[in-house]
Every structure is written in structure tokens, then in C-alpha cells.
Design a protein around this ligand. Structure first.
Ligand SMILES: [Zn+2]
Length: 355
């Protein structure tokens, strides 16, 4: 994709684009959602470093009290369909497949020409990869509504709607959410279920989960320029590679490392306090440096989809009180908008350079 491949050329521009919404406090980071383990425990816990089908222990029981105020799967489905009706002029709703237990994987596409092929970058947000990390699915619906409500009123909303195709999958793992656990209905960690560049054993199609297969087909079909998967349990923007060849915990950058660091910085610097992290310099990290994982979605996107994907940890707490969700949305709002909009600005550069 010309736009994607051109990102690195303009990575020095980012500071002009960033909206700095900084706070004066930094929250402590906790166990990682990307892997679900304590990153301070070393390279791996005997599970990360091996193959993706190893299961991670679920965290302490999720109580009814913790989930109060969060949308159930059926409420989310209703919200998606309502959105499609209310914002029909700038959206379409479609499903990319079904979960193990038969829940449709609903996507909202937002664009002034939804469903049409255009020479514009396509971006995707994926939430709730891990069933016990529900903040992303809530925040993504807030993002969709904000764009719909502010199109032709707010310049950034208008820029995104008119110059990108934004696809939002609020939940990749509805079964895991319903079961209040990390894995899907087969108790497989979906962020270990993708083909891996270093571990061919993960290529066995017979073990691929339906949710994973749906994402893989989707990426082949839509040709996304960039994307972000939302997780919870830490506060950092994570970029490839996620795994290292020798399984050691080390900085392991991909060929577009500068472009990825730029993208991750757009997110962290636009966030309320992500960039002030005491654990992660600038609020960003290379995945393998934090702790290597294998079979992750992020690296597969880049290698096989030509799609620049980040893994975003957007909340230290996996299940904050529902009353805090609106605050978390506001803390992430400019990050999400600037990340998508940065592609548009890059593409303006593309066309200028071709003149
Ligand atoms: Zn996660």
C-alpha cells in the first residue's frame, strides 16, 4: 500500500501533529494484557515463550459487581445496529464471521462512502481481543458515536470521515467476554492464535479459531493501511516485533521500526497521561523488549497484511468501574483520532511527492 509504505518518510513530522493532552500524574502499570502476565517476571512465564496454544491462567474471579454498567453482548449488538440506523449516511454495519458460540462479529465502517472502494487509507480498531478486557469495546462505541455526531461540525471528525475508511470491531471475543475470561469459548488466547514468523508450528490451520480465521479473511479482503488492537491491564502503546527469534527479551525492531515508533508516539503523546509513564519511556514499547509473545495478531498484520498494527494497552485496570468508562474514553479520544488522521496527512504527502 503506497500510503502505508510512505509512513516512514514523514516520521519526522509528528511533533507538528500531536495534540498534547498531558496530566501531571502517572498511574502505575500492572500486569500486561497483551500477554496477561507480569512483564517483570522475565522473558516469559514458561508460557509466552512457547507456543500460542498454551493457556494463561485467568485472573481472580470477575464478580457481577465488577461488570455492572458494562454492555452485555446483546446490548452491544443492539448498540451497533442502532448506530447503523442513526448514522446511516456515514456508516454501514457488517459481520466478518461468527464466534465459536455463534455470536456475529459485528463491524461498523465509518466513511462518507461506506462500502465503496476509494483511494483512501483504511484503518481498523479491534476491541476485546481478550474476553476479560472489556474497556476497548466500550470506548470504541464512544468513538463511533463521536464521529457520527461531529461529522461536518468538527474538523477532525470531518477529515476522518471524508478521507479514510474506518472499520471498528468492538469485540473480537464475545464468547470470552460472556464467560468472563481471557480466551474464547475453546479457551484459546486469540492473540496467540495467528501464524508466527518464528514458530511454524503455529501455522497448523486445523487449530485456528473461527475468530482468528475471520480476522485473517477480513485483512485479505479490506487491505488495511494501519490498525490498533485494544487491550487492558497496562498503559502503553506497543509495536512490532512482538517476538524475537531466540525468544530472548530484547529490542527486536521490524524493518519499519521508525514508522512504528512514530505511530506509537502519536498515540501516547496525544493521550492524557500515557507518555508520562515511569515504566515505558514516552509511553511506548517494542513488544519483544517488554516480553516476547508468539502467534500475536500484530506481527501477522504487518507481515501478511501489509498493515501497520499497534497493540494498545489503554487502561491499567482491566475492569474499572463502569462510571469511569467515559473518563477513559476522553483520555484516549485524541489519541484515537490523531492516529487515524495521521494516515490522511501522510497521504497528502504521498500525493504531493508524486506531483
Ligand atoms: Zn489483552
Amino acid at each position: 500500500m503506497p500510503c502505508a509504505m510512505a509512513i516512514w518518510r514523514v516520521y519526522l513530522l509528528p511533533l507538528l501533529l500531536l495534540v498534547l493532552l498531558r496530566a501531571f500524574t502517572s498511574l502505575p502499570t500492572q500486569a500486561a494484557a497483551r500477554g496477561g502476565a507480569d512483564p517483570s517476571s522475565g522473558t516469559d512465564d514458561g508460557k509466552h515463550g512457547s507456543f500460542s496454544r498454551n493457556l494463561l491462567q485467568d485472573k481472580p474471579e470477575i464478580t457481577e459487581e465488577m461488570t455492572r454498567g458494562y454492555m452485555s453482548n446483546s446490548e452491544l449488538e443492539i448498540a451497533v445496529q442502532d448506530f447503523g440506523r442513526r448514522c446511516a449516511n456515514v456508516s454501514r454495519v457488517y459481520s466478518i464471521g461468527k464466534s465459536v458460540n455463534g455470536s456475529p462479529l459485528w463491524v461498523v465502517e465509518i466513511s462518507d462512502k461506506p462500502g465503496k472502494r476509494e483511494a483512501e487509507p483504511a484503518f481498523k480498531f479491534i476491541g476485546n481481543v481478550h474476553g476479560d478486557e472489556p474497556v476497548g469495546r466500550e470506548v470504541l462505541m464512544q468513538l463511533a458515536y463521536w464521529l457520527c455526531d461531529n461529522y461536518l461540525k468538527d474538523p477532525l471528525a470531518t477529515l476522518i470521515v471524508e478521507n479514510t475508511h474506518l472499520h471498528i470491531l468492538p469485540t473480537m471475543n464475545p464468547d470470552g467476554f460472556a464467560l468472563r475470561r481471557r480466551g474464547n469459548a475453546n479457551n484459546i488466547d486469540l492473540n496467540r492464535d495467528f501464524p508466527d514468523q518464528f514458530f511454524p508450528i503455529n501455522d497448523d490451520i486445523n487449530y485456528r479459531q473461527p475468530e482468528t480465521r475471520a480476522i485473517m479473511s477480513w485483512i485479505k479482503q479490506e487491505h488495511f493501511t494501519a490498525s490498533a488492537a485494544l487491550h487492558g491491564g497496562a498503559l502503553v502503546a506497543n509495536y512490532p516485533w512482538d517476538g524475537s527469534r531466540d525468544k530472548r527479551k530484547q529490542y527486536y525492531g521490524c524493518p519499519d521500526d521508525k514508522a512504528f515508533r512514530y505511530m506509537a508516539s502519536v498515540y501516547s503523546q496525544s493521550h492524557y497521561n500515557m507518555s508520562l509513564s515511569k515504566e515505558f519511556r514516552g509511553g511506548i514499547t517494542n513488544g519483544a523488549l517488554w516480553y516476547p509473545i508468539y502467534g500475536g495478531m500484530q506481527d501477522w498484520n504487518y507481515i501478511h497484511g501489509g498493515c501497520f498494527e499497534l497493540t494498545l494497552e489503554i487502561s491499567d485496570v482491566k475492569w474499572p468501574k463502569a462510571s469511569e468508562l467515559l473518563v477513559i474514553w476522553k483520555q484516549n479520544k485524541m489519541s484515537m483520532l490523531n492516529l487515524v488522521a495521521s494516515l490522511v496527512k501522510v497521504c497528502f504527502q504521498c500525493s504531493a511527492s508524486h506531483d
